[in-house]
Design a binder for this molecule. Structure first.
Ligand code: KG4
Ligand code: ZN
Length: 333
């Protein structure tokens, strides 16, 4: 089954053709990041406008690269939640028009389910049940993936998502948007034990809270500036990255042990973080847990992951939408 998938939830306009949930036939991403960088973060109105401008070309290119026409496609899939509402609406309305015109089924996909499904493309042997850590710009969650379409949450962030904390701490350190990758790079030459940062307690041991940690970094930078002191930014980046990775990893591995999982997966934009990947790999190995991580190219937002999840939504849950499908800005899994 060949699915044409569309993703426009934030600042990438993306389209892909995926076969049977596991094989990429094409994967096109038009990123707007350079424009949003000027403002230090995503400007929703600009994001929507750029999606409108790019979507026809991106979808065309996805079909062209797969050497297919719309007639060869079995279904159209689209991210409909969660995300920036104006940005989501562009993809949703385009997908609705396309599905209607070509008389193909329309499959709505939750963005975070898509991030998790990126692992199916990279790891043909991965099948539910397993435990998953999803960490992106808007989410940090530990989930039981019970089937391809059913999930339950073990823990989630009480305030900032991991990626959001990375980006805000990075901004305070003087890095451009989106800062996660700059912290990752700077960490390589820093001392991760130089700055002691707080590890918040949460009532549910598997919940996260990153807002205090982020504020601590911001205060450290401001205080140093006021006193005219030089901070060792590479070491601050390394200390921050290590603290976030350590918190995520400790809770995730403890949850895997408590719930008896020996198979685990990592998902979301923050899954690209080298410190988090290394620490998780090390601790999962110590606990006899097989860990799956997506390749870096499928960690960030893309439409291939949406096409992968759409295959299971359609074949396992028989999930399709009609033309009343709407975009939804926030929606738990
Ligand atoms: O999944 P994603 O592309 O978009 C959302 O669904 O939010 O995640 C974006 C987030 C951003 O906060 C970005 O800074 C972070 O993922 N990110 C990273 C790295 N690459 C991307 N964070 C830490 N280290 C990285 N290497
Ligand atoms: Zn995402």
């Amino acid at each position: 089954m060949k699915i044409l998938a569309i993703e426009s939830s934030c600042d990438e306009t993306a389209a892909a053709v995926v076969e049977d949930g596991r094989t990429i036939l094409s994967n096109i991403i038009a990123t707007q990041v350079e424009e949003h960088k000027l403002y230090g973060g995503v400007v929703p109105e600009i994001a929507s406008r750029r999606h409108c401008e790019s979507i026809v070309g991106v979808v065309d290119e996805a079909l062209g690269q797969a050497a297919l026409t719309l007639a060869d496609i079995d279904a159209v899939a689209v991210t409909y939640a969660p995300g920036l509402i104006g940005a989501l609406l562009v993809g949703v309305n385009f997908a609705k028009g396309l599905a209607y015109a070509a008389n193909k089924p329309l499959i709505p996909v939750h963005h975070i389910k898509g991030h998790i499904a990126a692992n199916y493309i990279a790891h043909p042997e991965l099948k539910p049940p397993y435990i998953c850590l999803a960490a992106s710009g808007g989410h940090s969650q530990i989930m039981r993936v019970e089937t391809y379409t059913e999930y339950s949450t073990i823990g989630k962030t009480l305030d900032d998502a991991a990626g959001e904390a990375f980006d805000k701490a990075a901004r305070a350190m003087g890095f451009p948007y989106p800062g996660g990758i700059y912290i990752d790079k700077a960490s390589k030459t820093g001392d991760k034990h130089k700055y002691k940062l707080p590890r918040p307690h949460t009532a549910n041991p598997y919940d996260f809270s990153f807002s205090g940690l982020k504020t601590n970094v911001i205060n450290l930078v401001h205080n140093a500036k006021q006193k005219g002191e030089e901070l060792d930014i590479d070491s601050l980046a390394a200390s921050f990255q290590y603290t976030v990775a350590d918190i995520l990893t400790a809770k995730f591995v403890a949850a895997a042990d408590e719930y008896g999982y020996k198979t685990a997966a990592l998902a979301g934009g923050v899954a690209a973080n080298s410190g988090l990947r290394a620490l998780l790999e090390e601790r999962c190995a110590q606990h006899g847990i097989t860990l799956y991580v997506p390749p870096i190219s499928l960690c960030g937002d893309n439409a291939a992951m949406i096409g992968a999840q759409a295959f299971y939504e359609f074949t396992e849950a028989r999930r399709t939408a009609d033309l009343s499908l709407n975009a939804v800005a926030s929606m738990p899994l």
